[in-house]
Design a protein around this ligand. Sequence first.
Ligand code: GDP
Ligand code: IMO
Ligand code: MG
Length: 427
Amino acid sequence: MAIDLLLGLQWGDEGKGKIVDVLTKKYDVIARFQGGPNAGHTLEFEGIKHVLHTIPSGIFHPTAINLVGNGVVIDPVIFKQELDNLAPFNIDTAKSLLISRKAHLILPTHRLLDAASEMAKGKAKIGSTLKGIGPTYMDKTGRNGIRVGDIELPQWKETYTALRDKHLVMIDNMNVTLDFSIEELDRDFFAAVEYMRTHLAFVDSEEYLSQAQKNKQRILAEGAQGSLLDIDFGTYPFVTSSNTTAAGACTGLGVAPNKIGEVYGIFKAYTTRVGSGPFPTELFDEIGETMGRVGHEFGATTGRARRCGWLDLVALRYAVEINGVTQLMMMKGDVLSGFDELKVCTAYNYRGETINHLPYSLNAEELSPIYTSFPGWKEDLTGMHEANELPQNLHDYIAFVEDFVQVPISIVSVGPDRSQTIFRTTE
Ligand code: GDP
Ligand code: IMO
Ligand code: MG
């Protein structure tokens, strides 16, 4: 049975958590394939808002197994906090949550290294979430990392101490002032690790998924971040440290490319970005401010205000191609209600020429967006449940996007709640 993928096509926060939750009823297993607690995936239903960072977004469905794959990096302290947040909801995480032994651990000193690195960069900082993501993936690819499976080995404490001490020397050499108590950090870390070891199932996840496929289980792979934050294809160096694109699901779960089925690509009807880096369609005016206010555009992990701007179709088409997207989901169309005019970027002016693709550099000095305009709509979409209720101008907006990227939009989301989801394929 093929594995379906769901991933973000912009700079993250497209609404992946919401849609994974909505789709979970069609799946037996939800498997996160990359990223870590830099992610913040929001789910809303029955009047409660939940934010997940490492735990897959199928966790609220009692029959689904939620797997944290080998491509994910796990901070035990944050993981334990997430589990504590779930406590009131009677979820049997000992059964429904599985952790890959090959997932790498974020040590407290990885977090310190992240902070030190950002401080050392000054104005050129990435705008990292400071969760230790970059340093942990560096240790992974540098072959120095510690994995979940190491927790089960007798020499675990020595393994930890050796890497921690190496990090402390590195931090010392970086010449920045960081205030921390290593004893306190160690204590919290070991308490959380012990909790994970005694309360959760560690598995050989590629084997688990291979068996699940043979047993005809339906599997959905959940991505974190977005394609424009991909370490290879994003706006480097202002990216995260993993492959957020479809290929990342193969390496992050141990799934062969020919086993991938549907690729669901999620995008907002406009664009947001949190952290530093180029953003061609960014708005610095009242319109951008309105998008941020109406869309509550504040980071689910860091609380930082998200930068807002018009939909960039050149970038979206790039992401669709890199990922082999088969179905699109358009989120937050409701936030665009009330604007007289809407714009979408359909080409760039790059070094004085009109181009139709994403060039090597998106720097504002060299590149500016060329827009196509649409009339807006005034209707409040948040109470709508059927595609035929949507205003004609929104239908036209959707049709234009579909035509531009040559992929159908199967879901239009009109609010944060599970129920505010319109399926267009059932029209
Ligand atoms: P993720 O990281 O991709 O899971 O997205 P986030 O949870 O970080 O950010 C998406 C935000 O938009 C969350 O606050 C969601 O509750 C909210 N959201 C999702 N879909 C919609 C929608 O269609 N309309 C509105 N107004 N909010 C939405
Ligand atoms: P979800 O899964 C939005 C951004 C950070 C920063 C850059 C690098 O919720 O969509 P990192 O901590 O990874 O070293 O930060 O990437 N970033 C995200 N932006 N959504 C996310 O995740 C993000 N995860 C990282 O703001 O610019
Ligand atoms: Mg998010």
